[in-house]
Design a protein. Structure first.
Length: 133
C-alpha cells in the first residue's frame, strides 16, 4: 500500500475530530441535540467512532445508575433481573433510553413466580411496599 493511501485512511473529518478531542461535557451537549435513536449509527461510521460510541453509550446509558433512581442496591436488583425470569420494562425504561429518566415514572418489573419471592424480599428490604391488583 502506498503512503498516499495510508495517509488517507488516517485523516479525520471535522465531526470525528470534534467527538474524539473535545471535552466530554461539550460532546454531551452536542449529542443531546441528536435524537437518541440515531446515535447508534455514529458507531457504524468507522472503527474510531465505533470505539468512541461504545464508551459514550456506557457512560450515557449507565443502567446501574438508572436503577439507583429506584433502589439503593441497584447491583443486587440487576443480578435478579436476568432477562428470562425477571426484567424491567415500560415507560421508565423508554424514558431512560431516550435520555430523560425520572424517578417519578414507575418502574415496571415482569417476573416469573420463581423470581417473584426474591424480588419482593429485596424490594421490601429496601423499604418498598408492593401494589397488588
Amino acid at each position: 500500500m502506498s503512503s498516499a493511501c495510508s495517509s488517507m485512511q488516517h485523516r479525520m473529518g471535522s465531526f470525528e475530530r470534534f467527538v474524539l478531542t473535545a471535552p466530554d461535557k461539550v460532546v454531551d451537549l452536542a449529542m443531546a441535540a441528536i435524537p437518541a435513536w440515531t446515535l447508534p449509527t455514529l458507531g457504524k461510521l468507522n472503527s474510531r467512532l465505533r470505539f468512541w460510541y461504545y464508551g459514550y453509550a456506557r457512560r450515557i446509558w449507565d443502567f446501574e445508575l438508572f436503577v439507583r433512581l429506584y433502589v439503593p442496591r441497584a447491583a443486587t436488583l440487576l443480578a435478579l433481573l436476568d432477562g428470562s425470569n425477571a426484567m424491567i420494562y415500560g415507560e421508565a425504561v423508554l424514558r431512560f433510553l431516550l435520555r430523560c429518566p425520572s424517578a417519578m415514572t414507575p418502574l415496571d418489573i415482569c417476573t416469573t413466580l420463581s423470581k417473584c419471592h426474591q424480588l419482593n424480599r429485596l424490594l421490601e428490604d429496601d423499604g418498598f411496599k408492593q401494589d397488588h391488583p
